[in-house]
Ligand binder design. Structure first.
Ligand code: TPP
Length: 525
């Protein structure tokens, strides 16, 4: 790390130790801006007081204040996901920093630029057990790029990565606020979104395609800036496509002749001799089963992770150039696969009608309430799977997002409120345990008031994803908690949904599905 020298009041250069904490904090924040950070989330405590002081006088950039670091981290992750730009969370020392591990892990696997700036006590305190002093540098192990452990006057020397999380530790001595910050204006660097990694592998798309007689194209989450290129490329192909909701292409009219409608059913029933995955790691069970299927898999992704442990899986970087329109994939079995899929799709519709109070049927009904321009956040566990299965395909919801990096059920409300749009209508579809996990999530609404949003909670009384997997009910953490009082606490209107039109206003919509119908649906599907 480098020492800095800068001009003080009388034009005298001041270096290192003589500078104030406040000027130092401002220099560090300016360096963040020069790396493209354009929003700051502050979790105030005493040790990061110099950052608080400097941020209160920063005039033209969004500053959000949180009391709870885990929510703050997930909120910032949602902001990074929505904009593709780095966001910084600034914490005080101690367990405050440790609470950021879950969003850091999610950002690592999802490839989002989440920057943690942790204030610390001076390095000489480390290991002494002094109050609120823990070993902060390296606390996120390999999940965050280490930007440095700065002592007074040091500055950031490494570049802030744009495709994953990073951590900067800054040690402040007392007095913590030692100057008054004057009003200032930040100008964050404009960023180019080029490919963020290079393939080491010699595999190319053309030769992979040439060997496939019956390929399947699986489309996971696609970032908005690549969606049109992916769509155009997909329309050139002549092979079955399974598009998950987070691709923003599920139900797209341009894919009408290629897209499978009956979700996993057709995937499991049919034979494919090669799989091309585009975007993030898919949610479908079919993807997990590829571990043992021994068919070649090629991924095209903004992230390097193959998403499978086996040898058969390779990855190419997802760039606009790679997707220059070209018909590469041609399935000899497209017609047969589509026929089987249509049959399964009819069966799906029958079951949705036969069991109108089952979870999938509620999700279908809900999707019919969502407008074409609305944003949809899908909670992990059953909500995202049930949406992929049962949401209407009459409408293509372009803007769908989920935390699929590490598939956690934590921080979902906070991520949603960071990712949501101020002006559009925003929907979050969440499990009940998932909601209980982030009860303080609505805090973010005070910081970033959305014009319209709905938390839709499928309250099935526990973690029902485990019910078909394990006989032991302990897995489910069953409960009889309802969400009316929690909604009241956050001054949010609450309804238990009866299936009629959902009011236009923001609030909480609780769905209580019929367990027997859900089970009957699953058995017969
Ligand atoms: C942070 C975290 N802890 C535990 C899990 C394991 N897990 C996956 S689903 C689930 C239950 C979720 O329950 P709920 O939100 O009610 O959704 P449902 O299964 O009923 O759809 C749990 C505990 C996880 N994914 N993330």
């Amino acid at each position: 790390v480098g020492r800095i020298a800068f001009e003080a009041g009388f034009g005298l250069p001041i270096t290192g130790d003589a500078m104030t904490n406040v000027d130092w904090a401002k220099s560090i924040l300016n360096q963040c801006l020069a790396n493209g950070v354009d929003e700051f989330v502050i979790c105030p405590g005493a040790r990061n007081a110099a950052f608080v002081e400097v941020l209160t006088s920063l005039k033209d950039l969004p500053i959000y204040s949180f009391f709870e670091e885990r929510s703050a981290g997930f909120f910032a992750l949602g902001r990074a996901a929505a904009t593709g730009r780095p966001k910084a969370v600034i914490t005080t020392s101690g367990t405050a920093v440790a609470n950021l591990l879950p969003p850091i892990v999610e950002a690592y696997y999802a490839g989002f630029p989440l920057v943690v700036i942790s204030a610390d006590r001076p390095q000489s305190y480390r290991g002494s057990g002094a109050p609120q002093t823990i070993i902060q540098p390296g606390i996120f192990s390999e999940y965050a790029v280490r930007l440095g452990d700065l002592a007074k006057g040091d500055l950031l020397e490494r570049k802030i990565p744009l495709n994953g999380p990073s951590h900067l530790n800054v040690c402040f001595d007392e007095p913590l606020i030692d100057a008054k910050s004057i009003i200032w204006y930040g100008s964050p660097l404009e960023l180019n979104r080029d490919a963020l990694w290079c393939a080491q592998d010699s595999i190319d798309l053309q030769s992979f395609a040439a060997l496939a007689k019956s390929p399947l194209i699986l489309v996971g989450g696609i970032n908005p800036w690549l969606r049109d290129s992916v769509l155009e490329w997909l329309t050139q192909q002549n092979a079955p496509i399974y598009a998950e909701a987070c691709s923003g292409l599920r139900g797209h009219p341009a894919l009408q002749n290629l897209e499978l409608q009956a979700a996993e059913k057709t995937l499991r029933r049919e034979f494919f001799d090669a799989v091309v995955r585009i975007g993030t790691i898919p949610t479908t069970r079919f993807w997990r089963d590829l571990e043992v299927a021994k068919i070649p898999v090629l991924s095209i992704s903004e992230l390097e992770f193959p998403g499978l442990s086996g040898e058969v899986s390779r990855v190419l970087p997802l760039t606009k150039k790679l997707l220059e329109p070209d018909r590469l994939f041609f399935s000899e079995r497209l017609g047969a696969v589509r026929l089987a899929d249509e049959k399964d799709k009819r069966r799906l519709e029958e079951l949705l009608q036969a069991f109108p109070h089952s979870e999938p049927a509620w999700v279908r009904k809900l999707s019919l309430q969502v407008g074409i321009k609305d944003r949809v956040y899908l909670g992990n566990s059953l909500p995202i799977r049930e949406w992929d299965l049962a949401a209407t395909r009459e409408v293509c919801f372009n803007e769908c997002f989920a935390n699929r990096g590490a598939n956690g059920i934590d921080g979902q409300l906070s991520t949603f409120l960071g990712w949501a749009s101020l002006k559009q209508v925003n929907w979050a579809l969440l499990g009940d345990l998932t909601t209980l996990y982030d009860l303080s999530g609505p805090w973010a609404l005070q910081q970033r008031p959305l014009e319209q949003f709905r938390f839709v909670i499928i309250n099935n009384g526990g973690g029902k994803i485990f019910k078909p997997m394990f006989h032991e009910s302990l897995f489910e953490n069953r409960h009889a908690i309802a969400f009316a009082e929690w909604s009241k606490m956050w001054s949010l209107p609450h309804i238990v949904w009866d299936g009629s039109n959902i009011p236009d206003s923001s609030g909480v919509v609780e769905i209580v599905p019929d367990e027997e119908q859900t089970e009957a649906f699953r058995r017969q599907w």
